[in-house]
Write a protein that binds this ligand. Structure first.
Ligand SMILES: *[C@@H]1O[C@H](CO)[C@@H](O)[C@H](O)[C@H]1NC(C)=O
Ligand SMILES: *[C@@H]1O[C@H](CO)[C@@H](O)[C@H](O)[C@H]1NC(C)=O
Ligand SMILES: *[C@@H]1O[C@H](CO)[C@@H](O)[C@H](O)[C@H]1NC(C)=O
Ligand SMILES: *[C@@H]1O[C@H](CO)[C@@H](O)[C@H](O)[C@H]1NC(C)=O
Ligand SMILES: *[C@@H]1O[C@H](CO)[C@@H](O)[C@H](O)[C@H]1NC(C)=O
Ligand SMILES: *[C@@H]1O[C@H](CO)[C@@H](O)[C@H](O)[C@H]1NC(C)=O
Ligand SMILES: *[C@@H]1O[C@H](CO)[C@@H](O)[C@H](O)[C@H]1NC(C)=O
Ligand SMILES: *[C@@H]1O[C@H](CO)[C@@H](O)[C@H](O)[C@H]1NC(C)=O
Ligand SMILES: *[C@@H]1O[C@H](CO)[C@@H](O)[C@H](O)[C@H]1NC(C)=O
Length: 645
């Protein structure tokens, strides 16, 4: 500042060029540590984002799982067509033990035309003429009849326009469950997603008939063509972040109560053997996206799982007493064996092999519970007994504790902790130094959940109508980026980090903001998504120390990608003014031209369904050299890449 005042006195033309101080960053040429391989990844839990989200199934309440028969609620997602009567019944001869309910269709007297029922999907059905949909269901006649005719399976608009149809001949002598599989290829692609999947029959010829249905499915082509797979556009967006790990299956969704906890064995095998469960966010999880699907997701996206086991505590406040833990510890051992066990010696591993994956999946990290800082006292014995037994069985695995590192004292001493924080942009910028002062004592940290949820500290956990953000904005994302430069600087002890939550269905959500939003046909990556992506795809292999940032809104970190000898500089400007910077690189052969990829916008600039591309990264060439300057825009995240030859 002093030089500006002086030069201002000397010549106003110079004054104009130094309205702000220049921040000089001297880079050290000797790497301090390598960048850990898992540093950036993703945290997943089913919060209206598995079913109706990344899981490709389009029909809602497809198998009437966990529904009370003979109620209106049990018909959630379904509606009669042209005057039929439909009801969810406790079937005397159900399709499977796991699916006790079926849908009973009754054709009333006086019926004519096509009559039946429809499903409106998860807030819409994306009908795309480029796709062939796989539709399937089971049916039977509860009492034999001599009916003979066709079921018509269609994709229709909400007012009955037909996009695709198929005919299925059926006969009243079919009194045992029979599966129907048809392919539907729409003739056109309506812009609207208020479409329905229908099953109808010629009313006049079917008067008086009853037909039962179970386990419907409607699936478009999936990510990498995987059966029972992922919605392509959402999965592709996740993959585009080049994440290194996927935390699963939650989060809070591990369990609201002991009886409704997530249980791996209820989520594997034939879909008709999965009972589903009341999830923790107010709706039933189909568990179609089960443990094996999670593992395939990780394989298909070249990332590794950070897998949690339920550890004797549920969100309703229940901590199981130590004497009751044994079966739950065994269930955790079985869960891990399903993933990595030897199929010749372990039953769960043999099950995995029978489902098509004889070789173990890759797994290093297992998280013991979720946010056990809410039950610190019982975590003392729960941690001891779970980790004691799991270490004895799987000495090669690393276990992550979920209580606070400061409290309580655990034995065995955790080598890994999972830290969570939802805060303001200002908090994140100030806490960019959080890990700088953390002891290097052999403990490693997973920043497993973090996000700016409001720019106002009073509204961090508020309702969606006040200062709580619905979508991330640039003020928040640049604050997160400031924090992330600190994670990178401290990645000798921070081994993994993930923004949370990952996905939000804009038609219905229980938490905001989220990294990626979507509706039935589109995906909306947020400013925080692009921030995560910029850090993830520009990691480098080693951390280069540099002049430490001041405690303010301008932060940076420098890495080098050794194989390509590229210096990578990440700059977060979480402040409202432009920042002038100059960089000094201690290398010979620094190229004269580099690239800057910049994400910037006003404080409130945000990608939403209305403005999906308000802020996206822009790459341009910049002048570089052993010494060069850079202007960081207000509320921005910049990645500079400079080659050394
Ligand atoms: C209802 O019946 C009418 C008359 O047969 C038919 O045109 C219409 O397609 C039916 N509705 C649906 C959704 O199938
Ligand atoms: C329709 O499918 C094509 C081919 O997969 C895809 O490129 C396009 O984005 C899809 N449209 C919608 C709205 O999903
Ligand atoms: C279609 O669905 C059936 C029944 O769920 C399944 O067996 C089959 O593999 C699916 N086909 C494709 C191409 O996904
Ligand atoms: C059933 O559909 C098939 C194929 O579309 C058709 O040939 C047949 O006539 C239909 N039967 C009746 C009773 O409508
Ligand atoms: C059903 O699809 C066939 C082509 O597969 C088409 O000729 C027919 O018109 C369609 N039926 C209706 C009711 O749209
Ligand atoms: C899963 O395994 C537990 C025992 O660990 C058992 O109590 C439960 O019934 C099983 N659930 C299913 C759906 O098989
Ligand atoms: C295994 O768990 C049981 C039941 O909680 C406990 O009694 C035992 O001490 C644990 N074993 C180890 C090695 O921690
Ligand atoms: C940064 O500034 C804030 C607010 O003045 C303060 O609370 C925090 O302790 C400071 N951090 C460091 C590392 O100096
Ligand atoms: C922060 O939020 C509180 C509670 O919603 C509100 O009273 C206050 O005016 C807000 N402050 C700012 C600066 O928006």
């Amino acid at each position: 500042m002093l030089s500006c005042i002086l030069s201002g006195v000397l010549a106003s033309v110079i004054f104009a060029s130094c309205g702000a101080a220049v921040t000089t960053v001297n880079v050290d040429g000797t790497a301090a540590h390598s960048i850990p391989p898992l540093l950036f990844g993703q945290m997943f839990e089913d919060i209206n984002s598995g079913d109706g989200g990344i899981y490709a199934e389009l029909l809602r309440n497809r198998a009437f799982q966990q529904m009370q028969p003979n109620t209106i609620e049990a018909l959630f997602g379904w509606a009669p067509i042209n005057g039929t009567s439909i009801n969810v019944i406790a079937d005397p001869v159900p399709l499977s033990d796991a699916l006790p309910n079926s849908l009973e269709l009754t054709i009333p007297s006086g019926s004519s035309g096509q009559v039946g029922f429809g499903n409106a999907g998860y807030w819409g059905i994306n009908v795309n003429a480029s796709w062939t949909y796989n539709a399937s269901f089971y049916y039977k006649f509860p009492s034999a009849s001599d009916f003979s005719g066709n079921l018509t399976v269609m994709l229709q608009s909400s007012i009955g326009a037909v996009y695709a149809n198929a005919s299925v001949p059926v006969h009243g002598s079919t009194t045992n469950w029979m599966q129907v599989v048809v392919q539907l290829t729409p003739a056109s692609s309506p812009v609207s997603t208020t479409n329905i999947f229908t099953v109808t029959v010629d009313g006049a010829s079917a008067i008086g008939e009853k037909i039962n249905f179970a386990m419907f499915s409607l699936v478009p082509p999936t990510f990498k063509g995987r059966a029972n797979g992922l919605r392509m556009d959402i999965a592709q967006t996740l993959y585009d972040m080049k994440p290194s790990f996927f935390r699963l299956p939650g989060g809070n969704n591990l369990g609201n109560s002991v009886s409704t906890r997530w249980q791996w064995n209820a989520t594997v095998g034939n879909l008709i053997d999965r009972p589903g469960r009341m999830g923790d966010w107010g709706y039933v999880n189909t568990d179609g996206l089960g443990l094996l699907e999670y593992m395939y997701l990780c394989e298909d996206m070249e990332m590794e799982p950070i897998m949690a086991v339920w550890a004797g505590y549920s969100l309703d406040g229940t901590s199981l007493p130590e004497n009751d833990l044994a079966p739950y510890i065994q269930q955790a051992i079985d869960q891990i064996n399903f993933v990595i066990g030897d199929s010749s010696t372990s039953k769960p591993a043999a099950l995995r092999a029978s489902l098509g994956h004889p070789e173990p999946f890759y797994l290093q990290y297992v998280e013991i519970g979720n946010e056990d800082f809410f039950a610190p006292n019982s975590y003392i014995y729960r941690w001891r007994d779970f980790v004691g037994n799991l270490t004895a069985t799987f000495p090669q695995l690393k276990f992550i504790a979920t209580s606070l590192p400061s409290y309580p004292t655990l034995d065995p001493i955790p080598k890994q902790y999972d830290n969570h924080v939802y805060q303001t942009p200002g908090w994140f910028a100030e806490n960019a130094f959080y890990y700088d002062s953390v002891k290097r004592d052999g403990t490693y940290y997973f920043e497993g959940e973090y996000a700016v949820t409001s720019t106002n500290a009073s509204d961090l956990y508020g309702t969606f109508t006040d200062g709580r953000l619905i979508y991330p904005n640039m003020q928040g994302s640049s604050g997160e980026a400031a924090f992330m430069t600190g994670l990178e600087r401290n990645s000798d002890i921070v081994f993994a980090a993930s923004y949370a939550p990952l996905l939000m269905n804009i038609a219905n959500y229980q938490w905001s903001p989220n990294l990626i939003s979507f509706d039935a046909s589109h995906v909306y990556p947020s400013t925080s998504f692009y921030t995560q992506q910029l850090f993830s795809v520009n990691r480098g292999t080693e951390y280069l120390p540099s002049t430490l940032p001041q405690n303010g809104t301008l932060h940076w970190s420098v890495t080098r990608d050794a194989p390509t000898n590229t210096v990578i500089i990440k700059i977060a400007n979480a402040g409202m003014t432009t920042e002038e910077m100059s960089f000094e690189l201690p290398f010979v052969g620094v190229q004269g031209t580099g690239t800057a990829t910049v994400l910037s916008g006003s404080a409130t600039a945000s990608n939403s369904p209305e403005t999906p591309n308000a802020v996206t990264p822009v790459t341009s060439q910049i002048k570089t050299g052993e010494s060069f300057s850079y202007t960081a825009p207000a509320y921005s995240v910049s990645v500079l890449r400079v080659e050394v030859k």
